[in-house]
Design a binder for this molecule. Structure first.
Ligand SMILES: [Zn+2]
Length: 80
């Protein structure tokens, strides 16, 4: 998956350790589509970093079914 423009811009701009932390954290945020597909914020071109809340809703277009919907975005740690 290509990085979005925003991701590329931030990765260029930030110190390497920050960029890595940002990518890691964005990948812990999961978006679950009503069709059952699961994606990460990072993989859909988004960034979620240093967020205090552990759950939110966001309008996302699913890469699997192509439908846009308000989906629950929640943080899941990769080691779970
Ligand atoms: Zn879907």
């Amino acid at each position: 998956m290509d990085r979005s423009l925003m991701q590329r811009w931030l990765v260029t701009l930030l110190p390497k350790s920050w960029a890595e932390s940002m990518e890691k954290e964005s990948k812990e945020w999961k978006v679950i589509c009503p069709c059952g597909a699961k994606d990460t914020i990072w993989d859909i071109g988004g960034i979620r970093w240093k967020a205090r809340a552990h759950k939110k809703t966001s309008y996302v277009v699913c890469r699997t079914c192509g439908e846009g919907a308000w989906m629950i975005v929640k943080r899941e740690f990769q080691d779970e």
